[in-house]
Design a protein around this ligand. Structure first.
Ligand code: ADP
Length: 370
């Protein structure tokens, strides 16, 4: 190995780690993963050790092989991250900021000076006097699992039975959902990408459009400035998605995800610097890359598991039909509704791009056969 090139360790070996492999290889950065199983998406293609991410001692010995540690999911217990820091391990994002990605109640408390829905932590349904509200698991929820729209006290009582403490938020009747990806490095350099409109179905993001077509320049700049201020406020190191609701020209912060994020997958082909490369640059305190778009529009479509189990055969038809479409397979077992890959396309005609992506999504999941 050449002198001077660092080793980055990623805790987790899912698709986000998988998509970090190509930029790490290009930069000459040595990547090693802490996987749950050798079959994990990224473990199939990258050197790794297998272990339990809740086990501090195992992670400490993993850290000995690395110059910097980072993670691709929110499940690593905060106590373990603090334990690594106490042992002198360089972990990014740090425990003080990562808490706001793991704990929605802590995030709301910290971001009270930023625009967001009114919220409170409750363990008794009678504490809520007005309905409807949105109730959320304080940590561990994803893809809308752990979020409930609650119309009455009885419904809240029901949810509290299995979740004794909940974050309850004002329900925002938003027009759109957007996310702004930002990156920040230890020396404080920060960048943002153009805001992305995220389209969700039943709590799962199905596609994204960048730049968010509903945004004019003013709102776009405001959303990016807001995300950058939050990055500074929480001392972010690495990349982060700031999810927001848009109602009229008001922005409301929904949540923070301190890692590469689905709403930034478009950057792989759509931006001069992808979120995965930028994360590596940020945690290594390298100068950050150019985040401009390389075309007028970038559309991403998630491929959700459906009837088809062979995800290779559809390439024949789709690549012939739309040579400009780019495929990203996560090499995960196909299960109904599971995110198993995504497609990206960039270009000038937004309507055409969204139609191509929709067609590819439907074809890959088996909803249509031509
Ligand atoms: P997850 O961590 O599962 O992604 P989120 O907190 O992002 O959960 O919520 C999932 C979805 O629920 C959001 O994308 C949005 O559609 C809806 N939602 C969440 N909070 C609110 C709210 N306060 N008002 C209206 N809708 C909400």
């Amino acid at each position: 190995m050449s002198k001077g090139f660092p080793t980055v360790g990623i805790i987790g070996a899912g698709q986000l780690a998988r998509m970090s492999v190509a930029p790490a290889a290009a930069l000459g950065i040595n990547l090693i993963l802490f996987a749950e199983s050798p079959q994990d998406s990224a473990a199939q293609i990258c050197q790794h050790v297998v272990g339990d991410y809740k086990n501090l001692n195992q992670l400490k010995s993993f850290a000995e092989k690395c110059d910097v540690l980072t993670f691709e999911h929110e499940l690593v217990p905060l106590s373990v991250i603090k334990g690594l820091e106490a042992a002198g391990v360089c972990v990014y994002p740090t425990s003080t900021s990562f808490e706001f990605s793991q704990d929605k109640a802590a995030m709301r408390k910290r971001l009270t000076s930023f625009p967001g829905p009114k919220s409170e932590v409750i363990s008794d349904a009678s504490a809520v006097s007005e309905f409807p509200v949105v109730a959320k698991k304080i940590s561990g929820g994803y893809d809308g699992r752990g979020v409930w729209k609650i119309k009455s006290e009885d419904e809240l009582v029901e949810v509290l039975k299995s979740n004794p403490t909940l974050l309850v938020e004002e329900l925002i009747n938003f027009d759109y959902e957007v996310a702004v990806m930002v990156a920040r490095s230890p020396h404080g350099q920060a960048t943002s990408w153009a805001p992305t409109q995220t389209i969700q179905e039943e709590g799962i993001c199905t596609s994204t459009i960048t730049p968010a077509p509903i945004f004019g320049d003013e709102l776009s700049e405001r959303a990016q400035a807001l995300a950058l201020e939050i990055a500074q406020e929480v001392g972010l190191i690495g990349v982060m998605a700031v999810e927001m609701f848009v109602k009229g020209d008001e922005l409301y912060v929904n949540e923070l995800a301190m890692r590469a994020h689905n709403s930034g997958h478009w950057t792989i082909e759509g931006s001069k610097t992808s979120q995965f490369e930028q994360h590596l640059r940020a945690i290594l305190d390298l100068p950050l890359g150019d985040t401009s778009l390389v075309a007028s529009h970038a559309v991403m479509g998630n491929i959700l598991g459906g009837e088809k189990t062979d995800m290779y055969r559809p390439y024949l038809h789709l690549m012939a039909r739309n040579p400009e479409l780019k495929f990203h397979q996560y090499m995960k077992e196909v299960r109904p509704g599971r995110k198993i890959g995504h497609v990206n396309i960039i270009g000038e005609n937004l309507l055409e791009l969204t139609q191509i992506v929709q067609h590819a999504r439907d074809y890959m999941s088996g909803e249509i056969d031509e």
